[in-house]
Design a protein around this ligand. Sequence first.
Ligand SMILES: [Zn+2]
Length: 376
Amino acid sequence: MPYDIETIRKNIKKAVSGKHVDPDEFRPDKAKDSANPLKYRFFVLPPLKSGDVLKSGTVTQSMENFFIAHGDHWVNDRPHPCPRVWDGSDCDICNYGFELYKECKEKKLGDDRKKQIGQQWMPNTYYMVNIFFTNWKGNPEDLRGKVKYYNAPKTCLDKWMATLMRDDMGDSEDPDAYGVFFDENAAFCFELVAAKEGRNNGYKSSAFIKNNGIPVPMIMNEDRTPNKKQIEQLLKLRIDLFSKIELPDLAKISKLANVMINGDDGDTNNHNGGFDADETAIEAPEAEVTKKGQEKAPAASVATEAKKTGKPVQARTDAKKTVGKPTQPNDDDDIVTQLANESPLSDDSETSSESSNKDDDIDGDDIASLLSQLDE
Ligand SMILES: [Zn+2]
């Protein structure tokens, strides 16, 4: 009898942790095998400005960029906002990680050790954006035409930046997406490709739909001009990203760092075979997080747990592990369906995307080499 142990574990974790899943957030599903990556197509929406009127209220804080960067240390299956990533403040957990890196360098230890330090002590950094899913048939039905926020990984940001830096479509034989790809009237659609990479999703094959280097309105009329009215409605569906971010708490981070450092000599081999921390750790139900942004269980509960079990507190290494499918919001379905019907990249305009589908990997490599040039 073929039981899917991964699914069973996931469901158990979900049931026991009672974790709050924000219906506004998009989280890609986990790719099951490397041969069949998951694909999603969406537009990144323009950044919010103070005074913008959204369906949810008036925005009070402008975004500096089209994304908001924030980081989480994952400890015992729970995110702890990193002060260093947020505003450059000292972070005791990062500091310890940097010490270990230094030691690593001095002792000329290998990449495995560096990776381990990264997983255990360094935060996951996210680049939060509003996104609008197109009506493309490859998108899961419940996402088509929806606006969500997405905590994108660095891999996506790098691709977005590379595109922003391009002034034009480049070689007319092989035109590329370029410029302000999130311009609602002249945008490029992004295809997120989630492939199985080790135990996680990897996103390096993601790329813009090049569309022969021609930007499109996010919602267009039949004559392909921007549908101003619908676009205005679309922008109102954006989510005030600042309201979704939990701010770092320096005191909690210090406390947590203490527990982590004292409970762990930093030299365990959690990641070698067998069940490791995030395979087996199940959150205690009493430590339930009710809502992002609200008071979370204090770090002390981690200490208690560590004492109880006599085991060191282990940093979570796979942030996407327990990710569930986002549940569907039901309040703005009407508008959203309307938008979905009007969305420009519907199934009959596949021609531009097919060419980029067949050489995803090549696209990825191209961008990687572009990026390395940018670094120089
Ligand atoms: Zn940190």
